[in-house]
Write a protein that binds this ligand. Structure first.
Ligand SMILES: [Zn+2]
Length: 95
């Protein structure tokens, strides 16, 4: 028995209804991005519909997130290193 499954597509930014697509066995909500939000977010890229684009967005977001995490980590590490050096100079660290 094959019941029809439908995915409702909504814009992940503004929540605008972007229609429906075949859920291929899954029913629920799929997130896309509408042209307006795309143009606001990524004015340097042309707006195209489709899965490859969403993959691209996810990768972009992930890359940005990773960059930020990396910077935070580096800052935290350098701060720790500086504190250690300062403590060492003050002779406060037991050997
Ligand atoms: Zn939108």
């Amino acid at each position: 028995m094959n019941s029809k499954t439908i995915l409702k597509v909504k814009c992940m930014d503004c929540g605008a209804d972007m229609g429906e697509k075949d859920g291929k066995g899954v029913t629920g909500i799929s997130h896309g991005i509408c042209e307006k939000c795309w143009n606001e977010r990524y004015p340097e890229y042309p707006y195209l519909l489709g899965e490859p684009l969403m993959t691209e967005i996810k990768l972009l977001k992930l890359a940005k997130y990773r960059d930020r995490k990396q910077q935070e980590l580096e800052r935290a590490l350098s701060l720790t290193a500086r504190i250690r050096v300062a403590q060492g100079r003050a002779g406060g660290l037991p050997k």
